[in-house]
Design a protein. Sequence first.
Length: 210
Amino acid sequence: MFPCYSPGMSQFRFLVVDVRGTDPQEWLRVWASQYAGYDEKEYKDLIDKAASFTANDLVRIGKWKDGVTTELQWKPNVASVAYLIWMQAAQELPKSPEQKDLETLLDDWSGRTYTDVFKKKSVEKRFGLSRASTLLHFLSGGRFPIYDSRVRTAIARLCTRSLPPDTVRWYLDSFLPPFSQLATACDTTNDLRALDKALFTYGSSNKLGS
């Protein structure tokens, strides 16, 4: 028998999502509180070490970003794991760039390619802007936001516009300024991670439509 069954309809609790306009501070609080994405404990530990990353720390960042939970996943030819490029980062130990060098770093890393080799085919893949902006985020101690598909969707929803481009130029010219404006409006300039979380969750939600 269904566990809550009793005659009639009174035993059921029907809920709907309350979608309504709100102020920036409540928007931040509601969406950041629902964050259930990447390992936050690992994130905080890595951010605290931003000024003195070791090769092992860069490996940890790669595992964090690509959702690696077992050593069997951390090797070449694993779907959605850019192992070869993360290992390049571990070897090269890039540093947090000056403002004038942001484009150079993002162009360099987002454009790097690696090849997954399988029995019947080889597939060339790009490191991409999502991972490159993650690398920048950690190198900068969290000053520059991560820009992935969920964040792009969040910006489209916030600005009632089409999905923004996935390009370095757009990230620098058209995402960083609004991100700063959002941080000010949400009164979270001293806790940018809260805004990262809110954008991640806002863009991830399937309850808001396209």
